[in-house]
Design a protein. Structure first.
Length: 299
């Protein structure tokens, strides 16, 4: 795998106790949290003198980075949104708030990549969330909530689990990621241990209605859609992308059952046909639960 450039080359690091951290606490910034996560009151366990301290110590996120065009007020809102994002994500994955395992870094507006609203860099273990769009026709708050990488965190976290588990928890000389990564094969990989077996089970359920005989309704409609998207090629059919897309949908489905909407964590932004239906998610949900339990047992 080719190395990506270091994220810190084009971003500003914010650490607990830094001048930036102190500045945030002293300024009366506009707070968008109630729009990112409606009907939410921050629990006492997430109230501390430093929001950066919560992210680093409470959720085991090793670092935060920001692009040069992300203002101090933006940073304040992205960080507070990330706190609630990790809090809600934990309700689904059940990692006892150990979301980053001490390895994951999160960047806001520092590593934009083509048309992607967000992306994950496996080599550096970094999730980048693209900054909101510049558009004078709507308010900054509306653009902060509805554009850029808002809604993509669960998808990119699915990538993180895929590659982290493959590198540290269930290694294979054949494939880095437990899903096999960017390959588009419909076959089971049959390598490695129990985590990779569960990833195979998840993807087999996504792709096949009857293994190696009848394709699932989801895969058939996705294949039809891809045929009309010449510029995307087989991107949507890659195993790592299908896994992350379904992980994202599973997180959203689990939270909706609890009456929770988190606009940084998960909100569909593309053609609805690339996402599974609730009925399809319900079938694969126990496998994602097993996947998370297996990761938790090995952390």
């Amino acid at each position: 795998m080719a190395k990506s450039s270091k994220i810190v080359d084009t971003s500003t690091n914010v650490s607990f106790g830094s001048r930036a951290d102190a500045f945030w606490k002293s300024e009366g910034f506009a707070d968008y949290l109630s729009f990112v996560r409606p009907k939410f009151s921050l629990p006492k366990s997430l109230q501390a003198n430093s929001s950066v301290e919560i992210i680093q110590n409470r959720f085991s996120i090793r670092d935060l980075n920001f692009g040069n065009w992300v203002t101090n007020e933006d940073r304040y809102n992205y960080v507070n949104s990330l706190i609630v994002c990790c809090y809600d994500l934990n309700k689904v994955v059940g990692f006892n708030y150990n979301i980053g395992f001490g390895y994951l870094a999160v960047s806001f507006g520092a590593r934009g990549k083509g048309r992607a609203s967000a992306h994950y860099e496996p080599w550096w273990k970094i999730i980048n969330i693209t900054r909101y769009e510049d558009d004078s026709s709507s308010s900054k708050m509306a653009r902060f909530i509805a554009t850029g990488g808002m809604g993509a965190f669960a998808h990119e976290y699915g990538h993180y689990l895929d590659y982290f588990a493959g590198k540290f928890l269930d290694k294979s000389i054949a494939y880095f990621a437990v899903t096999g990564g960017r390959i588009a094969t419909k076959d089971r990989l049959n390598v490695g241990g129990e985590i990779r077996k569960t990833a195979d089970d998840i993807l087999e359920t996504i792709i096949w209605r009857e293994p190696n005989k009848t394709l699932s309704n989801y895969y058939r409609r996705l294949f039809e859609l891809v045929g009309r998207l010449d510029d995307m090629g087989e991107y949507y059919l890659r195993r790592n992308e299908m896994f992350a897309r379904w992980f994202e949908a599973w997180v959203s489905w689990e939270l909706k059952k609890q009456g929770i909407t988190n606009k940084l964590l998960a909100q569909g932004k593309y053609d609805e046909r690339i996402y599974p239906t609730f009925q399809e998610i319900e079938k694969v949900a126990p496998l994602f639960r097993r996947f998370c339990e297996q990761i938790k047992a090995k952390i």
